[in-house]
Write a protein that binds this ligand. Structure first.
Ligand code: ZN
Length: 459
């Protein structure tokens, strides 16, 4: 709060677009940390050794503190901007938050040693630097010292969590050579689940920081590739190799943020976050940072959206996306060797077809089908009529026909499936959703004289 006040509050940020990264942070990351605090509290009760029990207790407290400091810091912005006020129920209800929610629920319904591998090793050890270091440097660069303070304070705890994770994994591996294949399977699974979770971080880094610092690609090379390579080298003596999916993740560094932004751009009518077409200057930065992919695959699409906007036809996708049965992310990712081909995969089980975003997600399902058969996939729930308030009645006989017919129709139809979904999800149409251009956030920030040169402010 002090950092917020010292930084002249909400007016010194670079641009009100920047706030949208914070919205995703409070919607996705903060509830995730709160859930991890619960996970460690459960885990501490299940472990007999005093050392690990204490480590779990401390990590549980750390995670609770992280969710509290983020809530306090971003609560200051919530007084001025839309898209933050319902973050707790959004985590439970909104389709795009099913990825983080299902990640943590999958972890704390696993056994204690799998949970340790999932969170302490794969998530804290391999992936949190990517969530908390480059974006927080970006926050400072965009004039937001309050969030920077939260992020760096969080990551200093995570450095300790990484040490615990590595110690725990090493201990398990040293007990019995037979543990190596079990731990390897958990690492394969949890590296990939964590990597899918980082789709959000990649997009925030490349598209949601109006003043750029480092690209997702550069961040991945430093915090993912070199850090991960060193870690797996240390563990090779126990028969551990890099996780399955590692090479796919490295190859995705040229594509991930662009594919994610396209999803959020086109589904902005049903998300509590704004999106926009990057400016020409921003596209030039993306070209420079992504010489192998941006101009070839992603610029033409953004320029087409720009053209549609200029003629008053902002594109919104009114079709429900197919979602992955494992990671619960929409199936938008492309094949490692063929960036223009979807990596959609399928498996048939007991007469039902299941869909996946990638080979690693399908493998996770095939290894534990009894767990992932039960997944609560948001889009399936919508089709079953479970994501609506009592009116309209999602279980009425004529609901399906109306739902299908009106999902493609104009936004203000008399029975509008999207409006019904927004009402159930507590998204206020015209405030929390749609394009940044013309949003109350944009208009207010301008009226308040935002991003003026304030004496003493970080510019
Ligand atoms: Zn998936």
């Amino acid at each position: 709060m002090d950092a917020f006040a010292q930084n002249n509050g909400h007016l010194a940020v670079s641009d009100a677009r920047y706030i949208n990264g914070l919205k995703l942070f409070i919607q996705a990351v903060t509830p995730l940390e709160y859930s991890i605090h619960r996970g460690y509290a459960h885990l501490g009760r299940q472990l007999g050794g005093a050392g690990l029990r204490i480590a779990c207790q401390l990590q549980s407290l750390d995670e609770l503190r992280h969710s509290q400091t983020a809530t306090h810091a971003l609560g200051n912005f919530n007084r001025f901007f839309n898209g933050m006020h319902h973050s707790v129920s959004w985590f439970d209800r909104l389709w795009y938050l099913a990825a983080p929610k299902s990640f943590i629920e999958d972890a704390f319904t696993a056994g204690p040693f799998e949970f340790l591998t999932a969170i302490s090793f794969c998530f804290d050890g391999l992936l949190t630097n990517l969530m908390f270091v480059p974006f927080m440097s970006g926050a400072a660069n965009n004039g937001d010292l309050a969030t920077t303070a939260v992020g760096f304070s969080t990551q200093s705890d995570n450095a300790r969590h990484m040490a615990v994770g590595l110690a725990a994994i090493t201990f398990i591996l040293q007990q019995d050579a037979g543990n190596a294949p079990i731990v390897q399977k958990w690492m394969d699974k949890w590296f990939w689940r964590g990597f899918r979770l980082l789709t959000l971080a990649a997009m925030m880094q490349d598209y949601m920081l109006p003043k750029r610092t480092m690209s997702w690609r550069e961040a991945w090379e430093i915090y993912g590739e070199s850090n991960g390579a060193a870690l797996f080298k240390d563990l090779a003596q126990y028969g551990i190799r890099e996780p399955k999916g590692w090479r796919d993740a490295c190859a995705a560094k040229d594509h991930l943020s662009h594919q994610a932004w396209n999803l959020y751009y086109t589904y902005a009518s049903v998300a509590a976050v704004h999106s926009w077409v990057p400016s020409d200057e921003e596209m030039a930065w993306l070209s420079e940072k992504y010489p192998q992919s941006f101009d070839q695959y992603y610029r033409p699409r953004l320029e087409y959206y720009q053209f549609l906007n200029q003629t008053g036809r902002r594109f919104y996708n009114h079709h429900l996306p197919m979602m992955c049965q494992t990671c619960q992310h929409p199936v938008i990712f492309t094949a490692t060797e063929a960036p223009a081909t979807l990596s959609h995969r399928q498996t048939r089980l007991n007469g039902e077809m299941y869909h996946f975003c990638s080979d690693p997600c399908r493998d996770i399902f095939v290894n534990e089908p009894e767990k992932y058969l039960q997944a609560r996939i948001p889009v399936h729930q919508m089709h079953q009529g479970h994501c609506f308030k009592p009116e309209p009645d999602g279980r009425a006989a004529d609901f399906d026909a109306k739902f299908d017919a009106t999902f493609d129709a104009e936004f203000d139809a008399t029975f509008d499936a999207e409006q019904a979904l927004l009402a159930w999800g507590h998204i206020t149409h015209g405030q929390d959703n749609l394009d940044f251009d013309g949003s109350p956030d944009q208009i207010n920030f301008k009226d308040w004289g935002g991003n003026v040169e304030v004496e003493g402010a970080q510019s």
